[in-house]
Design a protein around this ligand. Structure first.
Ligand SMILES: [Zn+2]
Length: 270
């Protein structure tokens, strides 16, 4: 119980930093300097107004100086980060896998909220995350006494990245070929490319952390989540493009927590 509370508080503080990344990374601003400031009145936010959830509630969701509304995204990201880190901690315990998937989780949360906001996924997260994933998995093949370096974890991670990126890229190419070239359907919003490069790189990152089997599972899970939201979106708005990054991210977490159950279920259907 005590450990869970510590992880939760740590998660909330990390979530607070992820908010800064979500806000600044797409603008190519530094995430460490300057300190947080109100986007409207530009006044620096004092430390006591920057406590996860609590400050938001105490300030009733408004800036102390100019009363500008603070986006609900801030406490939401802090809460999601804290809860998911507690979930990871309970799933894996305090070991290397926990740290590995914790780093992936941070990347997925940033990618999700930037994608919802701007329909892009920053390369710092997807490509940068893929490299971090490769390194973090590769070091598990490293041992000191006796000194040896086992290349198989690195190869597994690389294969995961190639599978993840490849499966989305090829699906996009195939879809565009059939839909736009063979069926000669008109371009959507002036585009004849359905799959964004950001999604290709994001699933490559997921594959680097989790391996090729999980990348494939994520790929097949994401549309189920996407269809539900897509239908709701179609009924409420005219806009029929939806960001795909959030579904890949949620699918990756579903795969991470319940892959065993999902595979058992699938193989019992036969
Ligand atoms: Zn303000």
């Amino acid at each position: 119980m005590f450990a869970n509370i510590v992880v939760f508080i740590f998660g909330a503080l990390v979530g607070s930093f992820l908010n800064v990344c979500i806000h600044r990374l797409p603008k190519n601003e530094s995430v460490v300097w300057p300190r947080s400031h109100c986007p409207k009145c530009q006044k620096r936010i004092p430390g006591y107004d920057n406590i996860p959830f609590i400050s938001f509630l105490l300030l009733s969701g408004r800036c102390r100086f100019c009363q500008e509304k603070i986006s609900l995204r801030y406490p939401l990201v802090e809460l999601i980060t804290a809860l998911l880190m507690v979930a990871l901690f309970n799933r894996f315990g305090l070991n290397y896998e926990f740290f590995l998937y914790m780093v992936m989780l941070w990347g997925l949360i940033i990618a999700t909220f930037v994608d919802i906001d701007l329909r892009i996924i920053p390369d710092e997260i997807s490509v940068g995350g893929m490299i971090v994933g490769l390194i973090m998995v590769a070091v598990t093949g490293f041992s000191l006494a006796p000194f040896k370096f086992d290349f198989s974890p690195l190869l597994k991670s690389a294969l995961g990245a190639i599978t993840g990126g490849g499966i989305i890229y090829l699906t996009g190419v195939l879809f565009d070929l059939v839909y736009f070239k063979l069926l000669k359907r008109p371009a959507i919003n002036g585009e004849t490319e359905s799959m964004g490069g950001g999604d290709v790189k994001l699933l490559a990152m997921i594959g680097a952390f989790m391996g090729w089997q999980m990348a494939i599972l994520t790929f097949f899970l994401a549309p189920f989540l996407g269809i539900v939201i897509g239908v709701v979106n179609l009924m409420t708005k005219k806009d029929h493009t939806i960001p795909y990054g959030p579904f890949l991210s949620i699918a990756a977490l579903v795969a991470l927590f319940w892959a065993d159950k999902i595979f058992t279920f699938i193989f019992h259907l036969r």
